[in-house]
Structures are given as structure tokens and as C-alpha cells.
Design a protein around this ligand. Structure first.
Ligand code: GLU
Length: 494
């Protein structure tokens, strides 16, 4: 028999990290054994479900590499749930409950006041045929409730947690079809898992108590029981449940911030699971065949954003510079460092590629890129750091800058008008060496040579290699900036 797994998100929000991991683990488990994966949209909560969330969940799942073989939407299956509910009614395993929401609310309050567990008091279980007829004739609204016999033990063996058991008296008769004709969550899940011949249910541990109800329904409907595995929660580093407080929590937020699909897939895979060889960096397809549900840990997973960043950095470095530049462009536009219309500007594009090349090793998340490169865009230096001012104050610095300016200008003369974009790192390196040589007699070298040059074109004393910075800026812009700095020194009497 081909194993059949399913992933069943509710489209009441974006794809959360925890739900994404459940989806991935189902995909890994199914694909590792040549099984089928079913995507089922659980949108029976019509008030909270939206088509937009469904679309974004599907987009996010595809984005980090998942695929599936069958697709269903619960809202399109109401007739099926009603048919199965009718069967249970006919077999006397379920009954119509005419209790009003007010009565149920009162019951709950009373039980609470008496320190009792909240549970339906089975009032409508005993209605006679005549009473039911009368209520129906009067047009009274009703829900359909499933009968749960007291005194039973419901036991199942969870593939991750071992044996779990519940007493049926803690459950009570529960609703399977609501008064508006839609199924309750537990009923829809069981009808679907049964009807779709699901063999393995792998989901979050928040569903463990539902599993008890679902097993009862499975048995009553005559479906064969799937195997169950419940994944532990994902906690923040502080040990509390992962929430908005911890930063981004949905896949689309991570995607927007500039995490790569490969990194997300990789990181989610190691939340409560690890390959036996201890390897940590791998694509989700690389572990197909190695992934086993029984190897999933039952302790909670800790979501460590720094580790995710580290992994993301690794995948960033695996990209070509051109591909990375393409991925970084939206962040430059967002930060208004470039404009959409610059996309056709060869000079700007070449600057971006050079910038990416310069900073690719530092980059952990794509949205950090504008911070690195912003000093190198625009005609002018935005400001000088304290260290930069300090070094520019030295008399020797003005001498260095004059020499630097002279060399830049004479280099520029050797190019035709706009050709300075071709001023590469090699040439930049030679230019600095030349300055060094010419200042040798004045004994200006090392830090006293490099720092003022850097400060004069970036306003900072630290950054990527100087020849790289010069090449990214280009001769004309370097000249402009050195002039700006000389002006600054003069005006501020540094
Ligand atoms: N729709 C449920 C959820 O989003 C999942 C139900 C299940 O996997 O059985 O939590």
C-alpha cells in the first residue's frame, strides 16, 4: 500500500514557521518512502478563513520547494460531511441537539462555578422521536452531536511520543455538524482523513487532545485508523512559545526580510530532527530517504534566528554575484538607494554588482545589503564618523588627499568621458601603491596612508578592501568625494 500523508493548514493567517515545519516534515516523510502528499485547505471556519491567506500559504509552500499530489478544500466538501453525519444519525451514534447557545453558555458557567469540568450534559440525547419531530416542525435550529460512551479508554501509539491514552469521560458528547450545517473541525478532519485514505497523520502536538475524539469518530465511521505522530512545539530562545514578540514568525515575513528558500528549508529540517551523520547544511532533497519520523525528537525545538542567519549566509555565498545582485535590488529600491528607473542604467547596475562582490562574505540576510552599500551610492558622503574626523585632522592626511586627488585626476584623463566605470580593483591597487611611493620620503605609510584615503571617500575608517571601494565608486565619484572631504577639512578647520 502506498503511504498517504497530508498537510492541512487553516487559511486564517500566513504560513507560520511551525506550520511550515509540519508541512515540510510531511513532505519529507512522504517523499522518503515514495508516498503521496495531499494538501488540504481547512477553511470551514468561514469567518476567519480568507482566499488571500490560502494563496499566500500555497505560494510560501512552493517557494521553499514543496509539492503535492492532490489538493482539496474543505469548504467544497460540505455535502460529504453531511452525508457521513446522516449515517451516524441513522445508526444512532449521533443525535440532534436543540440546545440554544445561551443554554450551553449557562451550563458552562454553572459547571465552572461548581469546579466541574466543562462538558455537555447530554440533555438532547434522550429526546423522544415525538419531541424531535416537534422541534423540527417548529423550525428550531439544531447541531449534530456525537455520542461518547463513558468508561472507555482511548489509546494510541504516537510514533514520536510513544503510548498516549485518554479516558472517554473527559470528552463528553461533542458537536460534529454545527447549526449552520458546516462540520466541526474534528469531524471534517476524520471524514477527510478516512475518505482520502490517509495512512499517516503528522501534525503539531496542540492536536493531541483532538486525536482522542478523532479516534472515536474513525471507529464509528468504520474507517481504518492512520498512524499518528505529534511534533513538539517550536519555542523562542527564551523558552516561551514562538510568537510575534520574537520577530518574524511567518514564512512570507522571512522571505521579505531576505532569507533564501534554501536556508529556510534547511533550517526547518533541523528543528527537532537531525540526520544521523550530524551534517547540518543540506538541501531538503538531499535528505530524502534519510528522514524518518521515528528520529524526530520529542523535546521542543528552539528557534534560533542567529543560527538561521548563519545558514542563510552560507546559501548567500553559494550564489553567483550576478544572481545575488538581482536578489538584492528590491532591497535597494525599498531603502530608496536606487530607483526603479535605475534598473536600465548600466553604471548603477555595475555598481550594484561590484558592491555585492565586495560585501557578499559579510551578508547574512539580503535586507542588510543596503546598509553596507549605502555609503557608496549617491554623489556625496552622508557624514563622517568620529574616527574618520580624527584621522582627517592630521596634517599628513591633507598631504595624502592632495596626492590621491592628483592621481585620480590624471587617471581620469586617460579615460574617455564616462568610461570610469571600468576602473577596476587592480588599477585601484596600483593607484594606492603609487601614492605610497610618492609619499615614502615623507614617511607617510600604513594606517596614515590608508585611513585618510578611506575616510575621504566613505566617511568611515573601516570597511571592505580599499581598492574594492575605489573601484565601486569609480574615479569621478572618488574625485567628487575627496573634494568634498577637503572642503570639509577646510571649513571645519580640522
Ligand atoms: N487545520 C489544522 C491546523 O491548521 C491542522 C489539522 C490537522 O493536521 O489535523 O492546525
Amino acid at each position: 500500500m502506498i503511504p498517504r500523508f497530508r498537510f492541512a493548514p487553516s487559511p486564517t493567517g500566513g504560513l507560520h514557521i511551525g506550520t511550515a515545519r509540519t508541512a515540510l516534515f510531511n513532505w519529507l516523510a512522504a517523499r522518503s518512502v515514495g508516498g503521496k502528499l495531499i494538501l488540504r485547505i481547512e477553511d470551514t471556519d468561514i469567518k476567519r478563513s480568507t482566499a488571500a491567506y490560502e494563496k499566500s500559504i500555497i505560494e510560501d509552500l512552493k517557494w521553499f520547494g514543496l509539492d503535492w499530489d492532490e489538493f482539496y478544500r474543505q469548504s467544497e466538501r460540505t455535502g460529504i460531511y453531511q452525508r457521513f453525519a446522516r449515517e451516524l444519525l441513522d445508526e444512532n451514534k449521533a443525535y440532534r441537539c436543540f440546545c440554544t447557545p445561551e443554554r450551553l453558555e449557562d451550563l458552562k458557567k454553572r459547571q465552572y462555578a461548581e469546579g466541574m469540568m466543562s462538558k455537555y450534559d447530554n440533555r438532547c440525547r434522550e429526546l423522544s422521536g415525538g419531541e424531535i419531530e416537534k422541534n423540527l416542525k417548529e423550525g428550531k435550529e439544531f447541531a449534530i452531536r456525537f455520542k461518547v460512551e463513558d468508561g472507555k479508554e482511548i489509546k494510541f501509539c504516537d510514533l514520536i511520543r510513544g503510548e498516549i491514552s485518554f479516558r472517554s469521560e473527559v470528552i463528553g458528547d461533542f458537536i460534529i455538524i454545527k447549526s449552520d450545517g458546516t462540520p466541526s473541525y474534528n469531524f471534517a478532519v476524520v471524514v477527510d482523513d478516512g475518505d482520502m485514505k490517509i495512512t499517516n497523520v503528522l501534525r503539531g502536538e496542540d492536536h493531541i487532545t483532538n486525536t482522542a475524539r478523532q479516534i472515536l469518530l474513525f471507529k464509528s465511521l468504520g474507517f481504518s485508523l492512520p498512524s499518528y505522530a505529534h511534533l513538539s512545539m517550536i519555542l523562542g530562545k527564551d523558552g516561551s512559545k514562538l510568537s510575534k514578540r520574537h520577530g518574524a514568525t511567518t514564512i512570507s515575513q522571512f522571505r521579505e526580510e531576505g532569507y533564501l528558500a534554501e536556508a529556510i528549508g534547511n533550517y526547518l529540517s533541523i528543528l527537532s530532527w537531525a540526520p544521523r551523520d550530524g551534517e547540518e547544511i543540506f538541501g531538503i532533497r538531499d535528505i530524502l530517504g534519510k528522514f524518518k519520523i521515528s528520529d524526530i525528537s520529542k523535546s521542543p525545538a528552539i528557534f534560533d534566528v542567529d543560527k538561521l542567519k548563519w545558514i542563510n549566509g552560507i546559501y548567500i555565498r553559494r550564489k553567483s554575484t550576478e544572481e545575488l545582485a538581482r536578489l538584492c535590488i528590491p532591497y535597494l529600491i525599498k531603502e530608496k538607494i536606487i530607483d526603479k528607473k535605475d534598473l536600465g542604467n548600466e553604471k548603477v547596475m555595475s555598481k550594484i554588482v561590484k558592491g555585492v562582490y565586495a560585501f557578499r562574505d559579510n551578508l547574512k540576510v539580503l535586507n542588510e545589503f543596503p546598509q553596507y552599500i549605502k555609503d557608496l551610492f549617491g554623489e556625496k558622503i552622508a557624514g563622517y564618523s568620529k574616527d574618520a574626523v580624527e584621522i582627517l585632522t592630521l596634517d599628513t592626511s591633507t598631504v595624502v588627499l592632495q596626492s590621491f586627488l592628483g592621481k585620480l585626476e590624471s587617471e581620469l584623463k586617460s579615460f574617455d568621458n564616462n568610461q570610469d566605470i571600468d576602473f577596476n580593483e587592480e588599477k585601484s591597487k596600483n593607484l594606492i601603491n603609487m601614492i605610497g611611493k610618492s609619499l615614502k620620503e615623507l614617511k607617510i605609510k600604513g594606517k596614515f596612508l590608508y585611513m585618510p584615503i578611506r575616510a575621504s571617500i566613505t566617511g568611515k575608517t573601516h570597511g571592505p578592501e580599499l581598492p574594492r571601494v575605489i573601484s565601486i565608486l569609480g574615479l569621478k565619484n572618488c574625485i567628487q568625494r575627496v573634494n568634498q572631504t577637503l572642503e570639509y577639512i577646510k571649513n571645519n578647520k580640522l
